[in-house]
Design a protein around this ligand. Structure first.
Ligand SMILES: Nc1ncnc2c1ncn2[C@@H]1O[C@H](COP(=O)(O)OP(=O)(O)OP(=O)(O)O)[C@@H](O)[C@H]1O
Length: 204
């Protein structure tokens, strides 16, 4: 799905060759500050490498429109992107930004079930905990149904038991749709349980 060749980004990341498979869960692991988030940002064109090339489905990222690319390759950042308003408004925002028709109530409720968020759609997000906000962001990504999910420690604010339940559900859902997950995680349990392909990023 992704093929990186001789990629260099500042002094932060240097990758001679890396292939990331489609329809699999790839876990990116490595110590703090080793460049894991930087790698994800390169994959969705938020950052442009100083040298080398990144191919997505055999197409050079330079040739891909950044907005179009990010609709297919969605990032759920470490600090979730949350808009003011209700849970429903937050979920629908993703559909609007992606130029998709609004989700039905059934789809919205299903997305909350997948992420184990037992809240009503009209609840205001301002009172949600950090872990609940992370799950709103994950549900929003699921509703968009992209080809690739770039998950940057998406469940870091959850206790381990909930984290594993949520990840297990999300991955099951993504697999049903033949999607691809590329996930940065500090949880050994998470990468041992879900990682079908592991990338170790080493500090230079
Ligand atoms: N825009 C930038 N300019 C310069 N340095 C940066 C920039 N962004 C990140 N860095 C530095 O690059 C290194 C890698 O950052 P990155 O966020 O990719 O690491 P990480 O492996 O995801 O870390 P963590 O596990 O702590 O989230 C860090 O030392 C960081 O301070």
């Amino acid at each position: 799905m992704f093929h990186l060749k001789k990629v260099r980004y500042k002094e932060i990341l240097q990758i001679d060759e890396m292939k990331i498979p489609s329809n699999r869960v790839t876990c990116v692991v490595g110590e703090s500050g080793s460049g894991k988030s930087t790698l994800l940002k390169l994959l969705n064109k938020m950052l442009i490498p100083d040298k080398g090339e990144i191919l997505f489905q055999n197409q050079h990222l330079d040739e891909r429109d950044a907005v179009e690319h990010r609709r297919e390759v969605i990032m759920v950042a470490q600090t979730p992107l949350i808009f003011s308003g209700s849970i429903e408004e937050n979920l629908q925002k993703g559909k609007w930004f992606s130029d998709q028709v609004e989700a039905t109530e059934e789809e919205l409720k299903h997305s909350l079930q997948v992420v184990h968020l037992h809240k009503s759609l009209d609840e205001n997000v301002k009172d949600l905990s950090g872990g609940e906000k992370q799950r709103v962001a994950l549900a929003r990504a699921l509703l968009i149904n992209p080809k690739v999910y770039l998950l940057d420690e998406p469940t870091s604010a959850l206790d381990e038991e909930t984290e594993i339940k949520v990840l297990s559900n999300i991955i099951q859902e993504v697999k049903k749709r033949s999607g691809t997950v590329i996930m940065v995680t500090h949880s050994k349990t998470a990468w041992e349980t879900f990682g079908e392909h592991i990338i170790h990023i080493g500090k230079r």
